[in-house]
Ligand binder design. Structure first.
Ligand SMILES: *[C@@H]1O[C@H](CO)[C@@H](O)[C@H](O)[C@H]1NC(C)=O
Length: 364
């Protein structure tokens, strides 16, 4: 955060003092306790030079985002900073003529130096929780936060969006699973209202993603989520049937596990088999695995083709199965642009719905 107080000669005040006019008849300010200048560049931007040399060359690291077209510096709404390679819009830069605003801004700047952020993202439980700012690290001119008890990272992309990735490589590659829906223009991640998640190669907006600098608010929301999860799990059907000819060992009756909640959803186990039907933590897909370890790793042999958005498994129209040697759901869901192998073919049915055999033969 940077704030500049500029003063006109008539106001007779403080930080930056007017020093007449430049060759283009634009006003020019000089820092009162320092060597910086605020000037109008030949191409019509307000720009801050660090010293006389930069001023002579019309150089600077902070400038108005657009040519000022006759507006004075304190009338400019958007500023940008240069990090050595590119310009970035930066809401943290303010120019004012009011000493009161200046002081208020300096105070709020201290308050806004949040070193921890909390993410609430019910579809990505492993990414939820506290993120701590990396004190010395900047990427693309912006700070980077790292998840305290997980693999998550919050960073700014080349195109100026906030991204949340589940690997550190995501930072270099501009890849992630959650993203701000617009460019941030220098707003901090917790000031972003609209988030989206990547689901099999396309971005889906998600009102349940919430990032805050207030721990209590995050905890309140997570507690609310847990209460909802208990209700949802109670409402879920006690039994569902899976029909899936390519994976015959996964077919049959699945029984809801009492009092078990995974990622906010019920879990069912196959009667007389190893199948576990659960909601994965990579966007909220119903998924069938055969080992508890795979449930934890978000792996499976079957899954619904779209996120369930809270709908129970038997209401999902389209499913897909792992084909070939392995199906790395994790990779596919995370945003390889390719669809996972598979085709819709599976139906899950409530016991009250029409006969098992008829549906099976009707769909295969
Ligand atoms: C950033 O600027 C763009 C273009 O002006 C705008 O569409 C977008 O909403 C802004 N983003 C935020 C977070 O305000």
């Amino acid at each position: 955060m940077i704030c500049f107080l500029i003063a006109f000669a008539a106001f007779g005040c403080t930080e930056v003092l007017q020093k007449g006019r430049d060759n283009w008849n634009q006003p020019l300010w000089r820092q009162l306790k320092g060597a910086s200048w605020l000037f109008s560049s030949p191409d019509g931007f307000w720009r801050f030079a660090n010293n006389d040399l930069e001023l002579a060359e019309h150089l600077g690291h902070i400038q108005s985002s657009e040519p000022h077209a006759g507006k004075l510096p304190h009338q400019v709404l958007q500023w940008q900073h240069h990090d050595g390679s590119a310009w970035y819009n930066d809401r943290g830069i303010k120019v004012t003529t009011s000493p009161n605003d200046f002081e208020a801004f300096c105070r709020s700047e201290d308050a806004e130096e949040h070193s921890s952020l909390w993410l609430v993202a019910p579809r990505f439980p492993q990414l939820q929780g506290e993120y701590r700012k990396q004190e010395t690290r900047k990427e693309r001119g912006q700070p980077v936060w790292r998840q305290v008890s997980g693999e998550g990272w919050i960073f700014s992309t080349n195109k100026g969006r906030w991204f949340i990735s589940d690997t550190e490589e995501g930072i270099a590659n501009n890849r992630g699973v959650l993203a701000s829906t617009t460019q941030h223009n220098g707003s901090a991640p917790y000031q972003i209202d609209q988030w989206q998640f990547l689901s099999q190669g396309s971005w889906q907006s998600d009102q349940t993603i919430f990032l805050t600098e207030k721990q209590a608010e995050a905890q309140r929301r997570v507690a609310e989520q847990q209460r909802e999860a208990v209700k949802r799990t109670d409402r879920a059907p006690d039994k569902v049937w899976i029909l899936c000819q390519p994976k015959p060992h996964l077919q049959g009756e699945y029984v809801k596990q009492p009092a078990r909640i995974e990622r906010g959803q019920a879990v069912w186990r196959q009667l007389g088999g190893n199948g576990i039907l659960y909601s994965n933590g990579l966007g909220g897909f119903w998924c069938v695995a055969t080992k508890e370890a795979d449930v934890q790793k978000n792996l499976g042999l079957l899954q619904c083709s779209t996120p369930h958005y809270g709908r129970p498994p038997h209401e999902m129209e389209s499913w897909q199965f792992a084909d070939g040697n392995t199906w790395r759901v994790h990779k596919n869901v995370r945003g390889e642009l390719k669809e996972p192998n598979g085709r819709p073919f599976t139906r899950l049915m409530r016991p009250s719905q029409i006969g098992y055999n008829r549906v099976m033969y009707g769909n295969v």
